[in-house]
Write a protein that binds this ligand. Sequence first.
Ligand code: ARG
Length: 706
Amino acid sequence: MASSIHFLMCAPDHYDVDYVINPWMEGNIHKSSRDRAVEQWQDLYHIIKDRAVVELVQPQKGVPDMVFTANAGLVLDKTVVLSRFFHKERQGEEPFFKEWFLQQGFTVHELPKDLPFEGAGDALLDREGRWLWAGYGFRSELDSHPYLAKWLDIEVLSLRLMDERFYHLDTCFCPLTDGYLMYYPPAFDAYSNRLIEMRVPESKRIVVGEADAANFACNTVNINHTVIMNKASAELRERLEQAGFEVVETPLTEFLKAGGAAKCLTLRVTEPIQPLLHGAATIESRTIRLEGHLLDSGLINRALDLIVEGGGSFQVLNFQLGEQRQSTSQAEIKVTAPDHNVMEDIVSQLIDVGAVAPPQEVCDNPLETVELDGVAPDDFYVTTIYPTEVRVKCEWVRVQNQRMDGAIVVSETPEGLIAECKLLRDLKKGDRVVVGVEGIRTVRKTEARDQRSGSDKEFGFMGAGVSSERRVELVVEQIAWELRQIRDRGGKVVVVAGPVVIHTGGSEHLSRLIREGYVQALLGGNAIAVHDIEQAVLGTSLGVDMKRGVSVRGGHRHHLKVINSVRRHGNIANAVEQGMITTGIFYECVKNGVPFSLAGSIRDDGPLPDTQMDLIKAQEDYSRHIRGADMVLMLSSMLHSIGVGNMTPAGVKLVCVDINPAVVTKLSDRGSVESVGVVTDVGLFLSLLVQQLDKLTHVYQVAQTV
Ligand code: ARG
């Protein structure tokens, strides 16, 4: 008998299944046999007594689950953190356990009243004493973990439970002597599994299957090299024996009916502090604020889901509901995450949905200095398409040149503080870059649901995302109307087009749009220009006769001939001015002073002299053209459209037309209300668009003459 090891048990005098607070109890009310329970408990008691000292706490009437002494509290050395039961059915046990600990001379810590924590049922010491594994998700609150770390001066590793059958950590997880760990991985979320795998080498992990888990194999009492449990399969027994354990099975079926077994029925009350322990909970908490049409727009749900899915937990501290339909609401939410990295991940996603830190708390978002040209500090904040503000000197400073996937550089100039988005490659040694996410917010137009779908609102219905054939005509009507508005007020429309525009016969329509002033810049690759010019000069597109739709003999050489001719003229503009090109998209661009930019790629033939093969220059060129755009029309070019999408800030209307739904979905997934996808043939789309614009012109003329 190892007399230095003591367990606390409680005889089952009053044990029964009287209520249902876990799935095992369902259908088992008053179904357990007291006699058999007493017998099974006695057997367990003797097995343990042969190997350790058993102390007893007096059973009490009216609290049948008091047999499960694991839930009395969490002990380390002469300190105990008492349980705060989640269910009122068990709260009656608290004073009796407290009394017992006080009598034994323990220092007793009690958690705040509304912070559930269920003792050694949810907190298990690594048997080498290196850290504490603590579960949350069903009975214990993640927020209790920092208290454990502080009071017991130990590192706490938080594990999130996912399967309600395994509602306490000790039902699916059992640290063993020599650094072994017996556990049932599906009971935990992915993040927790990763954490476990990082701490326990594979050779020490004893994974149990569902059948063993359901027999409460993980609910094992471990005394040195003995493991005592309800039941083990042959494989599990073999695996444990291999690892040097003596396996003792003792049936505890009557207690399984209440959702407990060997380990639940005991509490190890001698847990000496092992040398080399340091208290350092990695848990972090932060408060964020959300404002807007929180309920109406579903924003609050989205935010809370993000927190939980990201592996954290939350507490809503303050919620002020807007009085009227149109007024906004405010919520303050305390976010807790198991470690710093998880916290940063969660908070950056919350920022994307518009969360802010309470201003009184952060005056300066941390900045770090760039040490190497073109390389940001590790922790740099990655920008999104949304208008962003950063906290500097207790002020919110609006970030300039907003775009996705950049870093924010803050500088002090004689004119004041400036924050701007920069691409990694543009960072210079000495630049001060925003790191972390403490003082950052994105400014979102949050619209109430009924506002968003209002038919009087331009583009109102488009938030719906992707339109397929049936709705194409309707969408085209809206786009035509919008194009007309933009043109009339001198706005800016940028067209991104792929060569499919030419192959599908869209060239004449796009040419018209340019001629009639609906397009202010054209972006594309080498191919659209080559095919457009080939069609203008030779009547074919990639050697196919555009009028008859058949291949022309020798036609496959056409496009190279065309490239060659343009090269002779020096560039497209010269070829137009010197009469080589007399119709087509690029002809119209040159004639109407509409700037274009062609970005090269590895597959380009030629290329045309106008094609920019230096991609960094091409990207700069594109982004210059996009600046100030009201609308971007993306016509069947996956590569260039996605490139443009990344450079375009929120607020710019994006229309993406492609026959491939995947491209359209990818672009309209930006989550901004202003983007719309149209799945259709681009030639057809353009012809409908031109027709629709003609109709509008007619309506305007009629209106003027009346
Ligand atoms: N019926 C008890 C409850 O649901 C069982 C407790 C089992 N204890 C444990 N440490 N897993 O609370």
